[in-house]
Design a protein around this ligand. Structure first.
Ligand SMILES: Cc1cc2nc3c(=O)[nH]c(=O)nc-3n(C[C@H](O)[C@H](O)[C@H](O)COP(=O)(O)OP(=O)(O)OC[C@H]3O[C@@H](n4cnc5c(N)ncnc54)[C@H](O)[C@@H]3O)c2cc1C
Length: 224
């Protein structure tokens, strides 16, 4: 819970185990819980939808591991089609490559369904079509479930909470499955907003919460 201190200003953060912390500023980066927390604290309904998604690792056939290795020519890729499929070079697990569907099914982060996971048939077909003979398309060797926090336009939310908190609470959320690679710059922007009330040289119009009031789908995009 986050509360305004009406007397000396600043913000109280109260944890579930009863601890209380006061600070001049507060930065909220709670991932899939953003919608719930922002609604409770600020009364704002943000359309950030938690999605349970599945990471899949596939076995590279013997003798072909070098072609998929990190540091070589194999790219991090996105394949736009009926399914949006992405993958990365082999890194986390020797001999395995990550190829998965970008997306998932809506979930409540406090009552995770932990399955059934994204359908595997489109992935198997895609792998068979692209990597026939070099990656085993029979099924993933390992799968992991985790959560996206998805906005309707898949753009981030980086903004002040406003209301009684003014510029004292900064929200960073809705990273829509592509926030990791930008975390250094997002972290800098969030820190700038908290420390000085602005992020110099960065246009944040795109990331405002209010964009969903103007258009429930958020930022309008043209795809050629
Ligand atoms: C399967 C998968 C693949 C991905 N692949 C990529 C990729 O290839 N490239 C890329 O750029 N991004 C990728 N992402 C997205 C990236 O991981 C996220 O955008 C990023 O982790 C979001 O960071 P975050 O800090 O908003 O949320 P999180 O990393 O989810 O962190 C939020 C934290 O807040 C904590 N929390 C929640 N509520 C509270 C509370 N009330 N008090 C205190 N703490 C709280 C949570 O426990 C959690 O630790 C992927 C995500 C997934 C799930």
């Amino acid at each position: 819970m986050v509360r305004r201190d009406g007397v000396r200003g600043g913000v109280w953060v109260c944890t579930e185990n009863g601890e209380r912390f006061w600070g001049k500023k507060c930065v909220v980066t709670v991932g899939a819980w953003t919608t719930k927390l922002v609604k409770t604290v600020g009364g704002i309904a943000l359309p950030i939808q938690p999605l349970e998604t599945t990471v899949c690792y596939w076995r590279i056939k013997e003798g072909h591991e070098g072609g998929f290795a990190i540091g070589g020519d194999f790219p991090t890729f996105a394949s736009y089609g009926d399914n949006y499929i992405y993958g990365t070079p082999s890194l986390e697990y020797p001999g395995l490559i990550k190829v998965a569907v970008h997306g998932g099914y809506p979930c409540d982060p406090d009552k995770r369904p932990w399955g059934p996971g994204n359908p595997l048939a489109p992935l198997k077909e895609w792998i068979e079509g692209r990597f026939s003979g070099v990656v085993d398309s029979g099924g993933p060797v390992a799968t992991q479930l985790c959560m996206y926090s998805m906005t309707p336009d898949e753009d981030f939310v980086i903004d002040f909470l406003g209301g009684e908190f003014g510029k004292d609470v900064v929200v960073g959320g809705g990273f829509s499955g592509h926030g990791f690679k930008l975390s250094p710059v997002v972290g800098r922007i969030l820190a700038d907003l908290a420390l000085s009330g602005e992020a110099q040289g960065v246009e944040l119009k795109h990331f405002r919460m209010a964009r969903f009031q103007e258009n429930p789908k958020g930022n309008v995009k043209d795809f050629l």
